[in-house]
Ligand binder design. Structure first.
Ligand code: NAP
Length: 280
């Protein structure tokens, strides 16, 4: 029997249980899966539970992706680079940390027929996930990365971090329609990485005229998956752009984690197809 969990706070709306249990069923593995509410400061209690109950692996959502690192025996190079762990495997009495978010996003780009390599990337937002995706884009040889954010200092901090880790320069600016429009002119992929337009969040973009500056063959990506189509994606689709929501990233990061937990190298695209209807 494989024992798995997801931890975070809040955790009740997480799609992780349905994704991972669907995968375990497809793999015909006997499993136990728990969604455990773990608040800030409660990680050490949960780690005791992992060791006492021999939990084989767990996924991590907010607010623990950085704090978990001090409890781990080893962290893989990619997770160290992002300073963020979303997947932990417990084996032979040791805790191993990984980050599957960036590769999950790359898989969703691949599915949409594109990649970071050689592309100009425009990212709206400068939170934790942007730190990870900017670094991934740089290490995958994107042509350029630009980060636009409401708080300029956070966008600047991401650029500094990327330079420190990779030695490469990326640019930043303010999240304003005119700036988005200016930067959109040569963007191949534009990514909404703010919660604007997310279910339960009142704030949304009010002016989508920046899409009129975007090249016709650009991909418009939103990391949000609830609603399935945000107003950001709807406005892009109505202007004829190819769009992709955040569900692919969410599912692929989970599938890559399941490969780590089980040691089974199942086909990611095929598995996503098999479980998609249960998850969406
Ligand atoms: P985060 O660390 O909380 O960062 C949030 C970002 O959004 C910050 O840059 C913040 O700007 C900006 N923001 C928030 N409210 C805003 C508003 N009213 N106007 C303009 N900007 C605003 O979040 P995160 O972890 O990076 O996640 C960002 C988004 O990606 C969320 O929607 C999350 O659900 C989604 N996500 C999806 C996946 C997936 O698997 N699909 C994975 C991770 C994240 P300030 O710096 O100015 O506050």
């Amino acid at each position: 029997m494989i024992k798995l969990a997801v931890i975070g706070y809040p955790i009740s709306h997480s799609k992780s249980p349905v994704i991972h249990t669907s995968v375990m069923k497809e793999l015909k593995l006997e499993y136990n899966y728990e969604a455990v509410e773990v608040k800030s400061g409660e990680l050490s209690e949960f780690i005791k539970k992992v060791k006492n109950e021999s939990i084989d692996g767990f996924n991590i959502t907010m607010p623990h992706k950085i704090d978990i690192m001090e409890f781990l025996d080893d962290i893989d190079e990619e997770a160290k680079r992002y300073n963020s762990v979303n997947t932990v495997k417990y084996a032979d009495g040791k805790l191993y940390g990984y980050n599957t978010d960036a590769n999950g996003y790359v898989m969703s780009l691949k599915e949409a027929g594109t990649e970071f390599k050689g592309r100009n990337i425009l990212i709206l937002g400068a939170g934790g996930v942007v730190n990870t995706l900017s670094l991934k884009a740089v290490f995958e040889d994107s042509k350029s990365v630009t980060v636009l954010n409401r708080s300029l200092d956070k966008a600047e901090a991401i650029c500094r971090h990327v330079k420190e880790i990779s030695g490469k320069e990326i640019s930043f600016g303010e999240l304003k329609t005119e700036v988005i429009c200016e930067k959109a002119k040569n963007a191949d992929i534009i990514i909404n990485a703010t919660p604007l337009g997310m279910h339960g969040v009142e704030a949304d973009y009010t002016d989508f005229s920046f899409f009129d500056c975007l090249k016709k063959n650009a991909l418009v990506s939103d990391l949000i998956y609830n609603p399935e189509e945000t107003s950001f994606l709807k406005n892009a689709r109505l202007r004829g752009f190819k769009t992709v929501n955040g569900l692919g990233m969410l599912i692929y990061q989970a599938l890559i984690a399941d490969r780590i937990y089980t040691g089974i190298d199942f086909d990611l695209i095929d598995m996503k197809k098999r479980i998609y209807d249960k998850v969406k």
